[in-house]
Design a protein around this ligand. Structure first.
Ligand SMILES: Nc1ncnc2c1ncn2[C@@H]1O[C@H](COP(=O)(O)OP(=O)(O)OP(=O)(O)O)[C@@H](O)[C@H]1O
Ligand SMILES: [Mg+2]
Length: 447
């Protein structure tokens, strides 16, 4: 039997090995890691209640979290570490491997994965392979090549490159240096996309969301080759990475990983209530994270960010197993480009994906979690109040094209949740829909 082996490290600590034999890929956890209740966590999806349950979880050879279902696919946690979109095409071409060869793509990017995980060619592959097969078969361990020099993995479908900020310029990220930035590039598909995303993140911040730091930068500051068609704009979005330079790497994972869902199911593999349910169970997240989730949902609804899926929210793992919600990223007012309705995920099981934020969806969300509604309604009201106070000026002062500003404002104004808030507040505002009679009962029951 031919086996390929990668060593999986969290920082400099070995968690175990990834084995590929045939089209099966399996994560075999080291004894020492399994027995160390203080060791840094690889994933909340791998956390059990007590030490005995933890061992049972790690050493269950059929555990779906640790085993792929065949077809050469990686278990979900690892599959979500792979690059996507143009970055994936680039890595596949450089590594000269099959685009569906998950194991090889992971190995190609194994030195620079999201968070603080490494997947490196195993030093003692033969020994550990024997452990896995319990010496029942003769084994031939295949050589796995070292990671590519520029093998950086960042997920997501939009055109992007990994950069390092150096002396006021942006160079290709090729080593473990500091200054890590995700360069989100303009595209001929969406006019001024970096500007729209930069504004969207600022609108979110003004509405009380804790968003990551991202600035518009001239494309000419990039000293790195890339392979994208950039359209005819001259700026890109430089997103500062929250999982780098802390100093060194900070472990991070997204909710597709936490819920053990393949990236292909990032729109269907869970609901907002599933995310909130994890939050309520994890020390350090709890109700304040649930409120932040709802704040991000409300902002997404107002600006038309139809893409708030399982990979667009995640957590940070600090030393001592302390968990925090990651700053928000990838908030984009797609209403500037296209009509759309509702959200990327359903609010709770049994609800349709395109449900808007309204009394029914909020009730479904709260019922699924056993939460009472008023505290969460207050979050929605607060987002509306802040949006009305800050957004008109911010949008007007932005560098979007006049027709883009108009489309965005018209979209926001037409949101039932905002009009309901305005009717209840009864104070004049230029965004108030004058056509709606003031004594009409609110469509959305927010205070
Ligand atoms: N500030 C950040 N720090 C660290 N990692 C980040 C940051 N922003 C984004 N990421 C990671 O990079 C991935 C891709 O970023 P982003 O979601 O912005 O790209 P995208 O191509 O627009 O995604 P999508 O396919 O959802 O449209 C995210 O899923 C997340 O894992
Ligand atoms: Mg994304």
């Amino acid at each position: 039997m031919r086996i390929s082996v990668l060593e999986i490290l969290i920082g400099d600590l070995r968690g175990g090995h990834l084995f590929r034999y045939g089209d099966i890929i399996r994560f075999a956890v080291d004894e020492a890691y399994a027995n160390d209740a203080q060791a840094p966590l690889l994933s909340l999806s791998m956390l059990a209640g007590d030490p005995a349950q933890q061992r049972a979880f790690f050493f269950d050879s059929l555990n779906p979290v640790l085993n792929s279902l065949g077809e050469g696919k990686l278990p979900a946690f690892f599959q979500n570490l792979l690059p996507e979109g143009g970055l994936r095409d680039h890595i596949v071409a450089e590594r000269n491997c099959d685009p569906n060869d998950h194991f090889e793509i992971l190995a190609a990017c194994g030195g620079d994965l999201p968070g603080n995980v490494y997947a490196l060619p195993a030093r003692d592959g033969h020994l550990t392979a024997q452990l896995v097969t319990q010496n029942k078969e003769s084994i031939e361990v295949s050589v796995v090549d070292d990671p590519l020099e520029d093998g950086v993995s960042i997920s997501g479908m939009q055109p992007k490159i990994a950069l390092l900020k150096k002396g006021g310029r942006f160079v290709a990220a090729r080593n473990l240096d500091s200054g890590h930035v995700i360069g989100k590039l303009p595209t001929s598909q969406f006019d001024l996309l970096p500007q729209v995303e930069e504004l969207s993140l600022r609108l979110a911040t003004a509405a009380g969301v804790n968003a990551c730091t991202a600035t518009l930068q001239p494309l000419e500051l990039i000293d790195a080759s890339h392979w994208y068609d950039l359209g005819d704009t001259d700026q890109f979005l430089a997103v500062e990475r929250f999982d780098r330079d802390r100093p060194g790497r900070l472990h991070a994972e997204d909710f597709a990983q936490i819920l053990s869902v393949d990236p292909a199911r990032k729109y269907t593999g869970g609901t907002y209530a599933d995310i909130a349910s994890v939050m309520l169970a994890v020390d350090g997240l709890g109700m304040s994270a649930v409120k932040e989730l709802l704040r991000r949902i409300a902002v997404s609804e107002l600006v038309g960010n139809y893409d708030f899926h399982l990979k667009n929210i995640g957590v940070l793992h600090f030393p001592g197993r302390r968990i925090e919600l990651s700053p928000a990223y990838d908030i984009v007012a797609y209403s500037v480009y296209m009509g759309g309705r509702g959200h990327a995920l359903a609010f709770s099981a049994g609800m349709k994906k395109h449900h808007m934020l309204d009394p029914a969806s909020l009730r479904g969300f709260c019922d699924a979690l056993g939460l009472s509604e008023p505290a969460l309604r207050a979050v929605i009201s607060d987002v509306c109040a802040r949006a009305l106070e800050h957004w008109p000026e911010m949008i007007e002062a932005s560098t979007l094209r006049p027709e883009q500003k108009k489309r965005l404002v018209e979209f926001i104004k037409s949101r039932p949740v905002l009009q309901s808030f305005l009717r209840r507040r009864r104070t004049p505002h230029p965004w108030r829909d004058q056509a709606a009679p003031t004594n009409q009962p609110p469509e959305v029951d927010v205070p």
